[in-house]
Design a protein around this ligand. Structure first.
Ligand code: F6R
Length: 241
């Protein structure tokens, strides 16, 4: 994992956008996987600008969902599906047949898991964009989970249940999530994990200082044998020596 420190969030975003555009130019049918939430939003906006300018053709990429809260669907503001569609997929003009994401309302989650596992197995992940939870979770891989898993159901940690309320406009009781697992994530050809802002400084310090271990899922990115980049801005780097 290569740590890259940026002076500002805007040059961090520009570099991430540039890298993703390069990947799609070199492989127009690349498979891309994006976290939702606050962290990836500026990068998504940058990609939308590229799409609008017509500088890169995204019409052949495949999108695979990273995670979802169980019990909510696209119509709930704050679900991963809602954020991904409204903030990214729709403005990018992606067609339905390009998109495979988890359905938190599915009556048959094991079929969904199998379908997404098959797709990841068949296509691989060319590019993965990650944020980091306040407890170091990645996707919804929570601290202490077995990292040798594909897509799976997760019991949400107390920290995640507390923090997730920021996404939803009303109080919502969610106990479980669904996520791609580290067996899949670590095989992604290029990974950019992003941490921005002072609130991520403490977890960034832990990630840098600790050896890869499942109690701090983000530290497991150090095990990637592919291109694994850790982009942080000045605020997120503020506790590093
Ligand atoms: C969401 C996801 C999560 C978030 C993390 C940080 O799809 O994968 O791991 O990336 O919780 O969330 P933000 O970016 O909102 O701080």
């Amino acid at each position: 994992m290569q740590l890259i420190q940026f002076t500002g969030t805007s040059n961090l975003t520009e570099k991430a956008v540039e890298l993703i555009c390069q990947i799609v130019k070199e492989k127009p049918d690349a498979t891309l996987c994006f976290a939702c939430g606050e962290t990836p939003r500026p990068v998504m906006n940058g990609l939308i600008q590229c799409h609008e300018k017509g500088s890169v053709d995204f019409s052949r990429v495949t999108l695979i969902g990273l995670d979802e809260w169980i019990g909510v669907g696209r119509e709930t503001k704050g679900s991963c599906a809602q954020m991904l569609y409204d903030d990214f997929f729709t403005p990018m003009g992606f067609k339905e047949d390009q998109i495979t994401i988890f359905n938190g309302l599915s009556a048959n989650l094991s079929d969904d898991i199998e379908k997404i596992n098959d797709l990841v197995e068949k296509k691989g992940i060319d590019f993965l964009l990650l944020g980091i939870g306040m407890n170091g979770h990645i996707g919804l891989n929570e601290p202490g989970e077995d990292p040798n898993q594909n897509a799976h159901l997760v019991n949400l940690s107390a920290t995640t249940k507390k923090v997730m309320s920021k996404y939803f406009s009303e109080e919502i009781a969610i106990e479980k999530g669904i996520t791609l697992g580290f067996s899949q994530l670590l095989n992604a050809k290029t990974i950019i994990m992003i941490a921005t802002g002072e609130r991520k400084a403490k977890i960034v310090k832990q990630i840098i200082e600790q050896k890869p271990n499942p109690q701090l899922p983000a530290s497991l990115l150090k095990l990637s044998k592919n291109e694994s980049l850790f982009f942080i801005d000045k605020e997120a780097a503020s506790l590093l020596d």
